[in-house]
Design a protein around this ligand. Structure first.
Ligand code: NAD
Ligand code: IMJ
Length: 246
């Protein structure tokens, strides 16, 4: 869930999962997104794209029932969805409106909770769930603002959901990805500068790639990670371990 175009983190994840031999099904936010992404999805899947706007009441349950009827059981789910009003991803966090606070948390955090509630109906043999988060949830990153609060809530949700779904043999984890130039990074103030600073700070002295994230996702999704649940794995070229550079 959440592949918008070839720049999306979900595109890198789909590529890696395909390399590992996974069969994939995709959802798109709207008919418009579906049209734009259909040719790209054809690289990965013979199935129709299922439309699922996570803000629509009952849509997640409806889509899961549809997938269950038309395709059958699934073994994993990737949640690569976030949204906030662009105007509030700059300036001061204290200026966040109630409306955008609720909408941001609804799309970027609550959606995973609702997904996990209905998951046991299509993940009957157990499986795993993976979501994407960012370091701005842990330490202040300029302009990340309400998205940071949503990611903190998402990371805590991962732990509680992992505890809830353990009895169904379902694992829930997150990857905390370093910055990547995607649609969700477009228009972010001085994003190119952020990429440069991040590259210089990181022990590996480079930025993360879609492939880095995709391959880590394949690991966490697969039975190779059968004993791992409720974890936040940093895939950031080591940047988050650095306290100071001189
Ligand atoms: P992206 O814009 O390609 O993906 C975001 C997706 O969210 C889009 O496909 C969009 O359709 C979907 N979405 C938004 N509102 C939705 C709704 N109401 N219903 C259904 N889907 C909806 O950008 P991306 O960078 O690939 O983001 C994917 C995830 O990775 C997000 O959770 C983002 O916070 C996270 N992330 C991104 C970075 C980065 O630097 N790009 C770093 C760390 C984590
Ligand atoms: C986003 C805002 C501010 C700083 C940021 C980011 N940094 C990074 C991001 C430093 C890496 C990207 N990121 C981690 C996100 O989760 C982005 C979420 C996002 C981006 C947009 C832009 C377009 C829009 N709404 C958005 N909603 C969420 O209209």
């Amino acid at each position: 869930m959440g592949m918008a175009n070839k720049f999306s983190i979900a595109y890198g994840i789909a590529g890696s999962l395909k390399n590992q031999g996974a069969a994939l099904i995709f959802t798109a936010q709207s008919e418009r997104f579906k049209e734009k992404i259909s040719d790209t999805i054809a690289e990965f899947s013979k199935h129709d794209v299922f439309v699922c706007d996570v803000t629509n009441e009952g849509e997640i349950e409806r889509v899961f029932k549809e997938i269950n009827d038309r395709v059958g059981n699934i073994d994993f789910l990737v949640h690569s969805i976030a949204f906030s009003d662009k105007n509030e991803l700059r300036g001061q966090y204290s200026q966040t409106t109630r409306e955008n606070f609720l909408n941001t948390l609804n799309i970027s955090c609550y959606s995973l909770t609702e997904i996990c509630r209905f998951l046991p109906i299509i993940m009957k043999d157990g499986g795993s769930v993976l979501t994407l988060t960012y370091y701005g949830s842990e330490k202040v990153v300029p302009n990340y603002n309400v998205m940071a609060v949503a990611k903190s809530a998402l990371e805590t949700s991962v732990k509680y959901l992992a505890n809830d779904l353990g009895e169904y043999g379902i694992r829930v984890n997150a990857i905390s990805a370093g910055p990547i130039k995607t649609l969700a990074a477009s228009g972010i103030h001085e994003f190119s500068k952020i990429l440069e600073l991040e590259r210089d700070r990181a022990p590996l002295k480079r930025n993360v790639t879609q492939k880095d994230i995709g391959d880590a996702c394949s690991f966490l999704i697969s039975d190779m990670a059968s004993g791992i649940t409720g974890q936040i794995l940093h895939v950031d070229c080591g940047s988050s371990i650095v306290g100071m550079t001189i």
